[in-house]
Design a protein around this ligand. Sequence first.
Ligand code: NAD
Length: 248
Amino acid sequence: MEKVIIITGGSRGIGAATAYLAAEGGYAVCVNYLHNQEAAKKVVDEVEQLGSKAIAVSADVASETDVIALFNKVDEQLGTVTALVNNAGILEQQMWVENMDAARLHRIFATNIIGSFLCAREAIKRMSTKHGGVGGAIVNVSSGASRLGSPGEYVDYAASKGAIDTMTIGLAKEVAEVGIRVNAVRPGFIDTDIHASGGEPNRIEKVKEFIPMKRGGQAIEVAKAILWLLSDEASYTTGSFIDVTGGK
Ligand code: NAD
């Protein structure tokens, strides 16, 4: 059976690192992206060079129509999805809660939690043995922030990741008997472009003394945990979390 993976927000950072490892693991790869077609195409080219099939599909995960179209395209071009990585996520400028307006909260929750929920739903419909599927695995990319709360910075973001954790536990229990495992990784401070959206491109330099391992993480270190959770090595692991935080 062909292994087919969809990675949301896969054109850079943790998503792109996951695409490369998935290619090495024999998956056909769908790289979902929001706007940056060029970057997504580059990831596709590199995945193909590693010997796997790959496509880039533009979709806003917060849009139900886009998500349905994304999964339909994968059905047509790669085959039925067997692995989903809910990686797309956003962070906005650091801010105290009294300055956060409803529009910001809607944006954060729409991408981080509603987007992950919609993609999980489409994957489950296809994977469920109840509907003739062959099962599969989902990994949600949460954050160490779900435990820490990110006071004075991104309480909204941390809360959206807390919702991801709860969704992971609930879905894992709901779909365990139809052949689907659902787990999450909780990255700590990982060296990617997301910190620029928080207004602190050099964030890791600033915080590393507070990290027990005294360094930020690399995207590939998160990708390795994701690929393990997706693999048969994790066949009895569901509703679980791997913290990739250097001990923080
Ligand atoms: P990143 O900004 O490089 O990656 C996020 C990706 O999501 C981008 O490619 C972006 O275009 C995409 N995206 C955003 N909104 C989208 C939407 N509506 N539809 C589709 N794609 C969308 O940063 P990253 O660090 O690689 O982040 C990946 C995941 O890891 C995110 O969920 C993030 O919250 C989580 N995370 C990152 C860190 C870190 O320190 N880098 C820590 C904890 C959790």
